[in-house]
Design a protein around this ligand. Structure first.
Ligand SMILES: Cc1cc2nc3c(=O)[nH]c(=O)nc-3n(C[C@H](O)[C@H](O)[C@H](O)COP(=O)(O)OP(=O)(O)OC[C@H]3O[C@@H](n4cnc5c(N)ncnc54)[C@H](O)[C@@H]3O)c2cc1C
Length: 325
């Protein structure tokens, strides 16, 4: 069984940053990624543009040049892919970590393809794999999706977009511009306050001019083949509908963390326990990196502010190994 100083679970931007930092510091490391390189970004909407400017998405100071100040998804895929390939990072793709066990200060990692041992583990598994379900009858119908990819699919169709945050608003605007008849279903009284400052006026103007219909204080009660039942202040209404994009956010894989032995806060935030000075969790030698550190507060950590986790963690690992030797 191969042994490593550190195994990094997740090959997103932050897992890759950790791998690069481990390599620079002479550690024997391996990144295990269940999908493609930066798999979450690969699954983002095809025309998506980051809200961060490119230099804020850089890792290890490697320049990220983009056409506009804020890069598009394709440019980010190119950037992180080139970091992996030109630095010859040790990454296994399409290899899912299924189980981690700790015995006598040694972790055993079972993946979908092999088993390894490691002295340290970094969990950088992100939050994009599990959607927050709305939990209504009909949510399982094939016309419902929790991921938005390409507006072309919805052209000339009656599309309901559930949600009021950036993902929902971007999808609503883009699909309307490509010829969908869009109804936004918003649980609160207004478009989310965290919507990008340059997008919010656009959606509000489109709603006010009647191009996009918005139902506020509204909740979907049932999804049917050709319609939706929506509860609004005035009572329940039925609207015609072809497709539903339920863009109500995503959550980290809490079962995975709990199976690793990571403690989660008992409140609804489900914050994992870690020392912010080292990013080490309540399990010695097991570190947390990236967006997963925020629990249900998935907006708290993003690439811009969590890329620093990589040097913090690798420093801590180096100090621990110095202390042991
Ligand atoms: C539409 C959208 C726009 C965004 N725009 C910005 C922005 O402008 N600026 C910014 O800073 N952030 C932005 N973000 C947030 C940012 O993309 C995430 O915070 C970032 O991807 C977090 O990186 P990560 O490496 O922690 O997690 P992820 O990128 O989610 O990577 C986690 C990886 O772990 C893998 N994985 C999960 N489980 C396993 C397992 N068991 N075994 C092996 N691999 C596993 C996944 O396949 C995935 O590749 C945006 C997010 C969205 C959804």
């Amino acid at each position: 069984m191969s042994h490593f100083d550190v195994i990094i679970i997740g090959g997103g931007p932050i897992g890759i940053a950790c791998g690069l930092e481990a390599k620079k510091n002479g550690l024997n490391y391996l990144i295990l990624e269940k999908g493609a390189i930066v798999n979450s970004l690969f699954n983002y909407p095809i025309n998506m543009q980051f809200f961060s400017s490119s230099e804020k998405l850089e890792i290890d100071g490697i320049p990220f040049i983009s056409k506009e100040a804020k890069p598009k998804r394709n440019e980010a895929l190119e950037y992180y892919r080139r970091i992996v390939t030109s630095n010859e990072l040790n990454i296994h793709l399409f290899e899912r970590v299924e189980k981690v066990q700790k015995d006598n200060n040694l972790f055993t990692i079972d993946s979908s393809k092999a088993s390894y041992t490691s002295t340290n583990i970094i969990v950088a598994t992100g939050f994009y794999d599990i959607p927050n379900l709305i939990g209504v009858p009909g949510e399982e119908l094939p016309k419902v999706s929790h991921y938005y990819k390409d507006p072309h699919f919805y052209a000339s169709q009656k599309l309901a977009v559930i949600g009021a945050s950036n993902s929902a608003i971007d999808a609503a605007l883009e699909c309307w511009r490509k010829g969908s008849e869009v109804t936004l279903i918003i649980r609160g009284p207004e478009v989310g306050q965290r919507v990008k400052y340059w997008v919010r006026p656009d959606i509000i103007n489109r709603i006010e001019e009647g191009s996009i219909k918005a139902l506020y204080n509204a909740e979907v009660k049932e999804i049917k083949e050709g319609s939706l039942i929506v509860s609004i202040n005035e009572g329940d209404i039925e609207i015609e509908n072809d497709f539903v994009l339920a863009l109500t956010g995503y959550m980290p894989n809490f079962n995975f963390l709990e199976n690793l032995g990571v403690s989660l806060s008992p409140d609804e935030k489900r914050l994992p326990e870690y020392n912010p000075e080292t990013m080490e969790s309540n399990i010695e030698g097991l570190y947390l990196a990236g967006v997963i550190c925020g629990g249900m507060e998935t907006h708290k950590w993003f690439i811009e502010n969590s890329r620093i986790h990589a040097p913090i963690i690798i420093n801590s690992i180096l100090k621990r190994s110095e202390a042991v030797n």
